[in-house]
Design a protein. Structure first.
Length: 504
C-alpha cells in the first residue's frame, strides 16, 4: 500500500486560483504608476480634511488648510478652487496639503462657500491626465460684526451697550446701578472686561472702581428684521473679578490671548503701595514688584509688558521681580502695537532747550530694529491704531493753535507707513477725549466726539479718565476709499455714547 497522498481535483483548483490572484496583484502593482485616470481600481482623489469646515472664524484666522488623499496636480487645484464671496489670497503647498493665506482678514458677518471640482490627481506619465477629484463643497462663517460703547442718555446712561451690526440687535450689558468707565473685549469677542462703580459712590466713583466681566453672546443664531433695530435687550449678568475693598483700581489692560489682566492699584491705607498687579486665568492676583512707572501696555504675544519708566520704555516679563527684557530710552510712551505684534507706534517727547519748546514725535518701531519718525508736532498724539494689514496708521492728533491762550485743535489723520505721508482727514472742533477703534476686518474706523464739562461726575453721569462729566458724545464711522469713491467717507452712527470699540 502506497503512503504517497494523491492530489485531488480541488487542490488543482486552489493552486490555479493562487497563481491567478498573484498575477493580478503583480499587474496592479506594476501598472499603478502609469494607469490613465480612468482605471477602475484607482482611488478617486478627494479632500480628506478642510480646517475651516463649518467653523466660525475671526480676524486672527489668516489661513486655512486643505488636505488631499492623493498627490494633486497643483495648478488644476489652484485654478478650480472657488470661494464665494471671493477672498483674495496666496497658495502654498507641503506634500498633499494646500495652505491658502488671506491677503486681508475675511469681512465679518458673512457666510463663505468653498467649491472644488475638475481638479486632477498628479500623474507621473507625461501627457496623461490624472483622475478627476470628487466634487467638494464646504462653508464657514465669520463672526457677527459688533460694536460696544458706553451710553450717555436716558436709561442707557453710563451702561455698556453692545450693538450687533449683522443682526441689528442692541443689548444693554450692564445693570442700571453701575456706571461703566472703561472696557476691553476678550479676543474671541465672547465677553467683555470692564471697570465700573456703583452709582451710590457719588463723587468718589472714580476711586471706587471694580473689575467685572460680562458675556456678549445672547443671539439665538436667527436673523432679525428691521422692526427689531431699535429694540434694546437687557440681559446683564456681570461677574465680579476684582473688588475695591483694600485698593483703588485704576487703569487696566487685557492680554491678546485673554489669559492675563494687568491693573494699576493704590493701597487705600498706604499710598506708597502703588503699582501694577497681575490677574491670571484663575482670577488669582499678585503684585508685579518691578513695575513702578507710568503708562503701560501688554505686548501682543501676551508675555511682556511695556511700561513707561523714567526716560524710556521698559519691557518687563510677566513674572514678579523679574529683570527687564529690554529698555528703550528714546521713547516715553507706547501708543499701540500692530495686530501681528511685529511693530509699534511710539512717542518721543522732545524739548528744544534753545527755544524752550516741547514737541512730540511719532515713531514706527518694528522687531527688525527699524525706528522711523513719522511726524513731529507741537500738539498732542492722542491715539493711534494700525489697520489690519499694518500698512497704515489712523491717529487722533491735535494742532496747537496760535495765540496767547493755549488751545489745541484735534483732528483725525491717516499715515501711510510705506511713504510716511500724513493725510489729515477730519477736524474735530470743540471736542476732547476722543478715541478711535479700527475694525478687525478693515471695514472702517469708529470714533467719538466727546464734550466734557469741568465739573466732576457725581457717579450717575459718565466721566472721562480725569473724572470730568461727559456732557454729550456722538459716534462716527470713517470708511476707507472704495471702488465707488476715491475718498474717505464719514457717516454719523445712530447711537448716543462714547468710547466705541469694535468687537474682535
Amino acid at each position: 500500500m502506497k503512503n504517497e497522498q494523491q492530489i485531488q481535483p480541488i487542490d488543482n483548483v486552489a493552486i490555479a486560483l493562487i497563481v491567478l490572484l498573484s498575477l493580478v496583484i503583480g499587474f496592479l502593482i506594476s501598472t499603478s504608476n502609469r494607469c490613465s485616470g480612468d482605471c477602475w481600481f484607482e482611488v478617486q482623489p478627494q479632500v480628506k480634511e478642510f480646517s475651516w469646515q463649518n467653523q466660525l472664524i475671526g480676524a486672527e484666522d489668516k489661513a486655512f488648510l486643505m488636505t488631499f488623499n492623493r498627490p494633486m496636480d497643483r495648478n488644476s487645484v489652484e485654478k478650480n478652487l472657488v470661494i464665494e464671496p471671493p477672498l483674495p489670497g496666496k497658495f502654498s503647498w507641503a506634500g498633499n496639503k494646500l495652505a491658502y493665506t488671506l491677503n486681508i482678514p475675511a469681512p465679518y458677518g458673512e457666510t463663505y462657500r468653498v467649491f472644488l471640482q475638475e481638479a486632477r490627481q498628479q500623474f507621473a506619465t507625461k501627457g496623461e491626465l490624472g483622475k478627476e477629484i470628487e466634487p467638494f463643497f464646504s462653508q464657514f462663517k465669520t463672526r457677527d460684526r459688533s460694536l460696544a460703547y458706553i451710553g450717555t442718555e436716558g436709561s442707557e446712561r453710563g451702561r455698556l451697550i453692545l450693538y450687533n451690526w449683522t443682526r441689528q440687535i442692541k443689548t444693554i450689558l450692564t445693570p442700571e446701578n453701575l456706571t461703566v468707565f472703561d472696557f476691553e473685549s476678550y479676543p474671541k469677542g465672547d465677553k467683555i472686561l470692564f471697570s465700573a462703580a456703583d452709582k451710590s459712590a457719588g463723587l468718589d466713583s472714580i476711586r471706587m472702581l471694580q473689575l467685572y466681566t460680562v458675556a456678549t453672546e445672547f443671539n439665538d443664531g436667527e436673523s432679525t428684521d428691521q422692526s427689531n433695530v431699535s429694540q434694546s435687550q437687557e440681559k446683564p449678568e456681570p461677574k465680579l473679578i476684582l473688588d475695591n475693598k483694600e485698593y483703588q483700581n485704576n487703569k487696566f489692560d487685557l492680554s491678546q490671548d485673554g489669559k492675563t489682566i494687568i491693573v494699576q492699584r493704590l493701597n487705600r491705607s498706604n499710598p506708597e503701595d502703588f503699582g501694577l498687579w497681575i490677574i491670571d486665568e484663575q482670577n488669582s492676583i499678585q503684585p508685579l514688584k518691578n513695575s513702578t512707572g507710568g503708562d503701560f501696555l501688554l505686548t501682543p504675544d501676551s508675555k511682556a509688558l511695556a511700561v513707561a519708566q523714567g526716560e524710556g520704555i521698559a519691557l518687563l516679563p510677566l513674572q514678579p521681580e523679574a529683570k527687564p527684557l529690554d529698555f528703550l530710552p528714546k521713547f516715553g510712551r507706547v501708543v499701540s502695537f500692530s495686530p501681528d505684534g511685529r511693530a509699534a507706534a511710539m512717542v518721543n517727547y522732545n524739548r528744544d532747550n534753545q527755544n524752550l519748546k516741547y514737541t512730540r514725535s511719532l515713531f514706527y518701531v518694528n522687531n527688525q530694529g527699524i525706528q522711523k519718525e513719522l511726524l513731529n508736532l507741537e500738539g498732542s498724539i492722542i491715539d493711534c491704531q494700525f489697520n489690519p494689514t499694518a500698512t497704515n496708521l489712523y491717529c487722533l492728533l491735535s494742532e496747537l493753535k496760535p495765540g496767547d491762550e493755549y488751545r489745541e485743535q484735534p483732528y483725525l489723520a491717516e499715515i501711510n507707513l510705506k511713504t510716511n505721508k500724513t493725510t489729515p482727514l477730519l477736524a474735530l472742533p470743540e471736542y476732547q477725549d476722543s478715541r478711535i477703534s479700527v475694525a478687525p476686518d478693515g471695514l472702517g474706523v469708529v470714533f467719538d466726539q466727546v464734550l466734557t464739562s469741568n465739573t466732576l461726575s457725581d457717579g450717575n453721569i459718565p466721566a472721562n479718565d480725569s473724572g470730568e462729566t461727559i456732557v454729550t458724545s456722538r459716534l462716527w464711522l470713517l470708511l476707507p476709499p472704495s471702488q465707488e469713491s476715491s475718498h474717505h467717507q464719514v457717516e454719523q452712527l445712530p447711537f448716543i455714547g462714547f468710547h466705541p470699540e469694535w468687537i474682535p
